[in-house]
Design a protein around this ligand. Sequence first.
Ligand SMILES: [Zn+2]
Length: 367
Amino acid sequence: MQGYKVSCIRCGAAAQSVLSYSCVYCGGILDVSIDVEFRPELIVGNDTSIWRYRAFYPYIREGDIITLGEGFTPIVRFKNGLFLKLDYLNPTGSFKDRGSSVLISAIRRFVDSNTFIAEDSSGNAGASIAAYAALAGIKAKIYVPETVSGLKLEQIRAYGAEVIKVKGGRTKASEEAIKAEPNKVYIGHIYHPIFRDGMRTIAYELYEQLGGKVPSAVFVPVSAGTLLLGLIKGFEHLLGSGLIDEIPLIVACQTRIVSPLYHAFKGLKYTPPKKVKTVADALVSTNPPLLELMVRKLREINGDAIIVDEEEILEAYWELASRGIFVEPSSAVAYAASKKYESIQGPKIVILTGFGLKTRIYQRSRV
Ligand SMILES: [Zn+2]
């Protein structure tokens, strides 16, 4: 098919197939580039899912699309030029559905009934992949760190996926999922270029929802980095197509405890804690494989990175809830971070990535 290529960002070699998750020559990260200009008339106006942008996914055949109606989530005005993008309103309760829908649609014709797909996740991506695999009739095994919270685990199981609990944290879960086994196809969202490529839809939506204007800033929680990189790529696509004049200030938001990107971006040394303990249980990648790429892209677009403390996260969580917005603490990280940029004039966007019922509910301590 024409109009796109998947290649290694280090040596430039082309990927062997849509199932490839890393470069077979040098082990580098793969990335999708497309050769289709963003033209508003190519948007499928009566489709209110990410597939309204199907023209910009030339590697997906129309008949292969696996969709649960993900994407085109609302933005709501919150205060003083600050808008919330309610991406937790996706079908499985998190933004990951953008990536899962695109990835499962792309690979489904290459996965037969003897094969299972393997994904490693701290919860949300696992639930999302499990849902789309269920819809596509593909067997899925989800490798999770043994510390993953109960509700996300139950959600993964509810979709019929097998959960494999791995001792030793997030990185170990990843190693276990990647390890070669007969009939296993590793499609881990952290590495897979096509999952990440699904994330650029969020930039297209912001562009449309703000009436063709560029927001002044976008605050995004960052763990593995798929949303951050997809967001940047989407805005770069709009810029390259001549539809916008500049890329907004994109701010990568992390917790003080898990902040490898913040430290690398600021040129500081990061020593992760031996055991990660944070209310933001979706932001636990202490050593993300995409770190180098994130730093490079964030610098290229003059973005920024910031960290917030645990108390600031819970304050933000309660403040959002007190105004009807119920998100998981990992999403409240981005709102907490936005408060440090109050001098920037709007419209500013906070991307709320995961629904509040995905974690235990934190009660406000009575003073
Ligand atoms: Zn390579």
